[in-house]
Design a protein around this ligand. Structure first.
Ligand code: GLV
Ligand code: MN
Ligand code: MN
Length: 404
């Protein structure tokens, strides 16, 4: 089946008609539909589908076993996300299997296509939850207790989706079977377009994390409470946003507040509390730590000035990732011949399951050019010809790793 045919089947699922963005949150109806599509496609290819104990989907070409060459990505999205972030890696992996079969390739090692759960952490707050659980990087009990904005826990959501949350956690046997993991992903920046290349190889991922900041004040009437009497948590929150921008810019880091909840949320009232999520990333861990410490001190000072209490909790952390040098070298050599010439090697500030898996297995990533450079937005794009180049590149990599 061609990439375009496969893509067109998945494309409408979970897309919001008003915004054109995707709302494929883990363990919701849209997510189940995407997962069912994956299972159907895998079965149509005679791949054996397995759901691991963390709910990640595996489609095996050949019997599961040691030295497996694994490729895949995620189906979940951020709120109003683009079509490509995640699904491109899965559709390309299935199309690459088709292409290899057309070419008569016969793997001598098992090959698997995966769909990892809750990569974005859009619903439960911890990014790459499926691979963090798989690799033992998060305590199962902590994961079970994570809650969404409606206070549904991860355990409840998994149960509702028909899976058993009691079994989640590290799976050393499954990790032990992975010989190499390669994730193809849409580029999430603007590096490739000016270089004139359709595909790049990832070099590293910036260290990054998420912090939840809670400012708690006192609710009051917007028309009668004098400024002098207010304990308004919106004020220290607002100055923290500006302090974060300043601190990050001064250090060559990035800091973003993309989610904020004011409680109780009345337009004519001083809020009782403001909950805000800081996403911070930097080229080096020391710079990241310094940026976040500076933001938190600014928040503490601003809260104290307004008689507001302040607390901060880290929700997820990913250390710097440097992808396996040998694997990168092999991929680079293969792609040089498939794509006519040397392929660019790029660092990224975006997090990925490949980055989590890199701590346990040789891992690599391919990026497919995004002409808008925009991601986590409906404006995210990849041209069909570039997607097809990505499939050819991934197929060549799988052939190199699994067929000889
Ligand atoms: C995932 O896309 C992330 O970088 O947060
Ligand atoms: Mn993403
Ligand atoms: Mn992604």
């Amino acid at each position: 089946m061609t990439f375009a045919t496969l893509w067109s089947e998945l494309e409408p699922i979970g897309r919001c008609a008003q915004t054109g963005g995707y709302r494929r949150y883990s363990w919701t109806a849209a997510d189940s539909e995407c997962r069912a599509w994956f299972v159907k496609q895998a079965q149509a290819r005679g791949l054996e589908v397995a759901v691991d104990k963390n709910g990640n989907l595996w489609a095996w070409w050949g019997k599961r076993g040691p030295g497996a060459v694994v490729t895949g990505s995620h189906l979940d999205s951020v709120p109003d996300g683009g079509a490509f972030d995640g699904p491109l890696g899965i559709v390309s992996a299935l199309a690459a299997v088709d292409l290899l079969r057309e070419q008569g390739a016969e793997p001598v090692r098992p090959v698997a296509v995966t769909a990892f759960v809750e990569e974005e952490g859009a619903r439960f707050g911890v990014a790459c939850l499926g691979t963090r659980l798989l690799t033992g990087m998060i305590e199962p009990e902590r994961a079970r207790r994570l809650a969404d904005d409606q206070k549904a826990t991860y355990a409840e959501a998994m149960t509702q989706a028909g899976l058993d949350p009691d079994g989640i956690g590290a799976d050393d046997e499954l990790i032990g079977d992975i010989g190499a993991f390669v994730e193809l992903h849409v580029e999430q920046g603007r590096a490739l377009a000016p270089l004139g290349h359709a595909v790049a190889i990832a070099e590293s991922i910036w260290p990054h994390g998420r912090w939840r900041l809670d400012f708690t004040g006192v609710a009051d009437h917007a028309g009668t409470a004098r400024f002098a009497d207010r304990r308004d948590p919106m004020l220290p929150y607002a100055s923290t946003v500006l302090a974060a921008r300043r601190a990050a810019a001064e250090r060559g880091a990035l800091a973003t507040f993309g989610k904020v909840i004011a409680e109780p949320g009345g337009a004519n009232g001083v809020p009782s509390a403001v909950h805000a999520w800081l996403d911070a990333r930097a080229p080096e861990e020391a710079v990241l730590r310094d940026t976040v410490a500076t933001v938190c001190s600014a928040a503490e000072r601003a809260a104290a000035e307004q008689g507001v209490s302040f607390s901060v909790r880290q929700e997820s952390a990913t250390p710097v990732v440097r992808f396996d040098r040998d694997l990168r070298g092999r991929i680079s050599a293969v792609l040089g011949s498939v794509l006519d010439g040397p392929v660019p090697v790029l660092p990224t500030g975006a997090g990925h399951d490949a980055g989590v898996l890199a701590a346990r297995v040789p891992a690599a990533m391919l990026f497919v050019r995004n002409p808008t450079g925009i991601s986590h937005s409906p404006a995210e794009r990849a041209d069909l010809a570039d997607c097809e180049a990505g499939v050819r590149a991934l197929a060549a990599v799988l052939r190199e790793l699994a067929c000889q």
